[in-house]
Design a protein. Structure first.
Length: 406
């Protein structure tokens, strides 16, 4: 198959367009139809518990759509009661993620391998405490939807260096969740309420025949290819956390079938693959603050390859060792990541706090500050905050503070 050559800038524009950036504002930004289009373009929304600004899964939709009613997304994910039918369900996709209902059966091969491949204690509990697992399974069937606290099992003291101090009942629920036996019926204050998967999924989805592992993985790579537009094999495999062996095989199969085209990209050390229907815009006019868990940048090697942007989340870094801040959002302007800001929603004071702001090399700081200030004003309004407070840390902060105060 002949190979094509693309400039780094062309590849970047393809990637941005595939992720839904640079499109004209929709005529109906506040509808379920538009939200569905945006989420399905990405293929999933990664979940994260940090709430210093807002729960992360809301932000990728905001970055592409602008201010939208979060309660509509909540109803589509069954996170709150309402008249909407569930359209998205939780599972381990990239990480813990909201996925379209049709994607759930494509991950049954992963569910079947929970005893061997789930992480840490989630994997071990089936071997070490099968009777407890049976009891938790019975409780969910009898009492679901239930919280882990409803099991009446006390947490053990947290060991030094341990991130979670889950009790065994919570671990058992998470094993059953990984294995696809239970699902998240809803969340209240971001806490999962577990129920049998047949009571979470629509019958038509639950009863769908299980696809062969190879067929399911090929479809997952297709979703990743559509979402990325252009990508390396590592990029494509990472989208749904396929093993290197599996991703290599599935990509090769799709190349052989003509569904992916091998290309070379200037400056990329690894071979790339183009999704043939991907748009190739001549320019992309975007302006967005990106969640650390946005698909555009969640694979840090890809962020470096596309934008020359070295990005590491520092939530779990001791405060004294953080370079840029706790919850740092890259700022996309045009086709470039031009800055990063550490943001906090101070809901008690009604203020969006910019705890630091840093410019990338060789940008027009005044222009970036003006554009970022507009974006922050919109974000503050969407979050129901009355003002913006720039504390002054970072080389962009003085100019940003001047624009905000002016």
């Amino acid at each position: 198959m002949p190979r094509s050559d693309l400039s780094a800038a062309a590849a970047r524009r393809i990637a941005l367009a595939a992720q839904g950036f640079g499109l004209p504002p929709p005529p109906d930004p506040n509808t379920a139809r538009q939200l569905r289009k945006v989420v399905n373009t990405m293929g999933l929304l990664q979940l994260d518990s940090v709430n210093v600004l807002i729960r992360s899964h809301y932000l990728p939709v905001y970055a592409r759509l602008g201010p939208y009613p979060r309660d509509v997304l909540d109803r589509m994910t069954a996170h709150t009661a309402g008249s909407f039918k569930r359209e998205y369900v939780e599972y381990w996709a990239h990480e813990a993620s909201l996925i379209p209902l049709d994607t759930h059966p494509l991950l049954r091969w992963r569910m079947a391998r929970a005893v061997d491949e789930a992480w840490g204690s989630i994997q071990r509990i089936a071997r070490e405490k099968p009777l407890l697992l049976d009891e938790v399974r019975r409780r969910v069937a009898q009492d679901g939807p239930i919280r882990s606290a409803d099991l009446g099992i006390e947490r053990a003291p947290r060991a030094p260096g341990q991130m979670w101090n889950w009790h065994d009942g919570k671990v058992a629920l998470e094993h059953l969740f990984w294995a696809g036996e239970v699902g998240a019926a809803r969340r209240v204050n971001f806490e999962r309420h577990y129920d049998l998967i047949e009571r979470v999924l629509p019958a038509a989805v639950h009863q769908r025949p299980t696809p062969a592992r190879e067929d399911a993985q090929r479809e997952l790579v297709r979703i990743a290819a559509r979402a990325y537009g252009i990508a390396t094999e590592d990029d494509l495999g990472d989208y749904f956390r396929l093993s290197r062996t599996d991703s290599k095989r599935r990509v090769a199969e799709l190349v052989e079938a003509g569904e992916l085209h091998p290309v070379t990209v200037a400056g990329w050390s690894a071979p790339a693959y183009l999704h043939p229907p991907a748009r190739r815009p001549r320019r992309v006019h975007a302006r967005a603050l990106l969640s650390p868990f946005d698909p555009l940048i969640w694979y840090r090697d890809r962020a470096m390859r596309l934008f020359g942007f070295h990005y590491r989340i520092e939530i779990y870094t001791p405060a004294a060792q953080r370079r840029h801040g706790y919850y740092v959002l890259p700022f996309l302007l045009g086709e470039t990541l031009v800055a990063r800001v550490d943001l906090k929603a101070d809901r008690q004071a009604g203020v969006l706090r910019v705890q630091s702001a840093w410019a990338e090399p060789d940008v027009d700081i005044r222009y970036v500050a003006e554009q970022l200030a507009e974006q922050l004003r919109e974000l503050a309004g969407w979050l129901g905050l009355d003002g913006i407070d720039v504390t002054g840390r970072g080389d962009l902060s003085p100019a940003l503070a001047a624009v905000v105060s002016g």
